[in-house]
Design a protein around this ligand. Structure first.
Ligand code: BDR
Ligand code: CA
Length: 310
């Protein structure tokens, strides 16, 4: 039995790998893909989601565009990591999969209403679309089984000392999702920085020898290049696919339940997640915080999926 999933993303190099991981694994049934501005402007992230499917040789999954801007702020694309078009590196093919005209909110609504089972939401970008859905369609919230989100951190940030990009890009949206009561797993920098793109990993992906792997290697080379320039990390962290890996196999990450808030204001900390790992606040835990990654199992899953694609 496969799990019905909606991926809400801002591709982005690592978002593409999250999409591929889901598409190539028989336990995941990708019912829809929705896009949000984040790593790039919405026009780029939407185009790139279509490219991810085109390269993988997959069609028949609706892709719809969502929010062009965060709830209360302008979009601040992460060009310093992902490039101007959010997918720097390879020459991009013209996508052959169409864009669904419904828009993200309607596509999420239709997908959830049309499903016999509860649906899992996997956001790998800022939470604008997800917060909008939870706010605008309260009658459908109980049909969401869980949300597995890449964002936040138990410690360090990547757009400042503490804020992580997806939380920082739309902290008001993150706040809505954190308070929603929907079961939520947070895949933050504390775990994603364990998924390092080593030379050995790149070689294993190259050795798969299909179109997806060749395109993937070009993405990884660019991504590691910018991570090296910006953060001094020649082995960049492949954040987003850890969400999907957890859905495929819960043993891939250890989990600690904790109360989590997000700073929506703050001179030095706007966008930072405050993860109460030591229960200092004595408040109800609202989040499963992903902590330790089974690194070998993670890469095995990624490579198995790429092998199953075109
Ligand atoms: C997150 O921000 C983006 O750069 C990545 O795609 C990932 O979702 C990491 O902070
Ligand atoms: Ca992302």
């Amino acid at each position: 039995m496969s799990v019905p999933v909606i991926i809400d993303c801002d591709p982005g190099h690592d978002d593409v790998f999250a999409i591929w991981l889901a598409l190539g694994n028989p336990l995941i049934d990708v019912r829809a893909i929705t896009t949000v501005s984040g790593n790039g402007l919405l026009k780029y992230t939407t185009h790139n989601a279509r490219i991810a499917l085109t390269v993988a040789g997959v069609d028949g999954i609706p892709i719809a565009a969502g929010a062009a801007d965060p709830l209360h702020r302008p979009s601040r694309p992460a060009t310093w990591i992902h490039g101007e078009n959010a997918l720097g590196g390879p020459e991009l093919p013209e996508p052959t999969v169409p864009l669904d005209e419904r828009g993200a909110l309607q596509l999420i609504t239709d997908t959830i209403t049309g499903s016999d089972e509860q649906v899992v939401l996997v956001p790998t970008g800022p939470l604008t679309n997800i917060a909008t859905f939870l706010t605008e369609r309260p009658e459908l919230v109980s049909r969401v089984k869980e949300i597995i989100w890449m964002g936040g951190s138990t410690g360090r940030g990547n757009v400042g000392a503490y804020p992580e990009f997806n939380a920082w890009a739309d902290p008001e949206a993150a706040d809505i999702v954190l308070r929603s009561g929907v079961p939520l797993t947070m895949v933050g920098l504390n775990i994603t920085h364990q998924a390092l793109i080593t030379e050995e990993v790149i070689k294993r992906i190259a050795d798969v020898g299909n179109r997806t792997s060749a395109f993937g290697v070009e993405l990884l080379r660019y991504f590691c290049g910018t991570y090296n320039k910006v953060e001094g990390m020649p082995e960049g962290p492949l954040h987003d696919p850890i969400t999907v890996a957890i859905l495929i196999d819960r043993t891939v990450a250890s989990i600690q339940r904790a109360h989590v808030d997000v700073e929506t204001t703050g001179e030095h900390t706007a966008g930072a997640t405050c993860v109460d790992l030591h229960n200092m606040l004595n408040r109800d835990a609202n989040v499963d915080v992903a902590m330790e990654l089974d690194v070998d199992r993670f890469w095995d899953l990624v490579i198995e999926s790429i092998t199953a694609l075109a």
